[in-house]
Design a protein around this ligand. Sequence first.
Ligand code: ARG
Length: 456
Amino acid sequence: MALWNSRFKKSFDKGALKFSASLDVDGKLYNEDIDGSKAHVKMLMKQKIVSSNDGNAILKALEEIRKEISSGKLKFDWQKEDIHSLIEERLVDKIGERGKRLHTARSRNDQVALDERLYMRKEIANLVKLTKIFQRTLLKQAQQHKDTIVSGYTHLQRAQPLLFAHHLIAYVSMLDRDVERLNDCMKRANNSPLGAAALAGTTLPIDREYTAKLLGMNSVIVNSLDAVADRDVVIELIGACATIMMHLSRFSEEMVLWSSQEFSFANIDDSFATGSSLMPQKKNPDIAELIRGKVGRVYGSLFAILTIMKSLPLAYNRDMQEDKVHLLEAVDTTKDSLIMASELLKNTKFDKKRFEKELDGDLLLATDLVDYLVRKQVPFRKAHEIIGEIVATCVDSNKKLNGLTIAQYKQFSTKFEEDIFKLLTSRTSVKNKLSLGSTSPAEVEKQLQFWKKKLK
Ligand code: ARG
């Protein structure tokens, strides 16, 4: 019988029960549910609301139930509705009437809000750990490619040469903000709604601060309606996951491009590539594509939770049960994707020689020539125009920038001297960068050292 059935003349319709049941999802929070219940009972004992005899029997039985669940002995029967009912029913099975005191001064409304926060606290720590592992993997590759020159792009058109390490460190830096977002979310997740009861608090002399302290939480969410009514922190965490996934998806997209024959830059290890059932020659970057594709789930979860919450009157509404589907989906997908992104990168070799020669004299060095004229006191806009005309000449005559003679250069500006040809290699272009955070070897080395220290 359901926990709430005594006021009804009929039992709940089977189909309606099945539709309401959430055990398949919240069953995954059984540890959190038991931890929360234990703190609650300890508080009830301290406040003399429950005797220490009864309380201790409950504490012991709860630990036994934990083992029964983890060993698979206690089966999840969906007819028990949710994890809270399942555990409470089992408790009463085991210790009889004494078990019926567990839910004193508590509602499933504050109970589920607490379970969820304990779950988020654990998973935020896991997400931070996995993000840092991926950052370290990026950094390791960066270390190996301090001298590898690649083309940098804007609009996926060649823009300026870069050190590949610089490109990889850009992701390290983005992911650092993801870690910050997670840590920031932790501050708000790790607060206790327990003791809000259904919505109004309780007439019994509970100690909310004590349970919060027992659970290692920062503080109590004081307003009892707020404590049970909001899911903003769930939204925040899924939002942080969505941003991580967006970053992983961009990285994955680049892996797909780099491993194409057209780029011929990345060689994914066979153990992380797939073939085709029809075309024998194929080697496909499915893992990168799947990370890119799984973003859909997390964005979907974010949109779902925002929609679920948008019009709910205070305080608890059953709609909110749907939140955990999306929270767990987003967290699991993000964790799996972080692991795979890191493994994929670890198992990829990049061709150090792929771009450098090809980029020597390439039109992507045009900006270096603009800066050359600027150093010779030509106003920037004028210099841009001159180099634009030179580029047009190169395009028309199918030449690289180093394919023109100094005499030809001088027709565009008398400021050009022989020394321009020294500028027309991709390596010089990179080396000549001066500004903070640029792609020069010295700046990239500084960035490498900075992140190495930070991620130690
Ligand atoms: N399974 C419910 C949930 O996840 C627990 C709270 C139920 N509370 C209620 N008043 N029906 O939200």
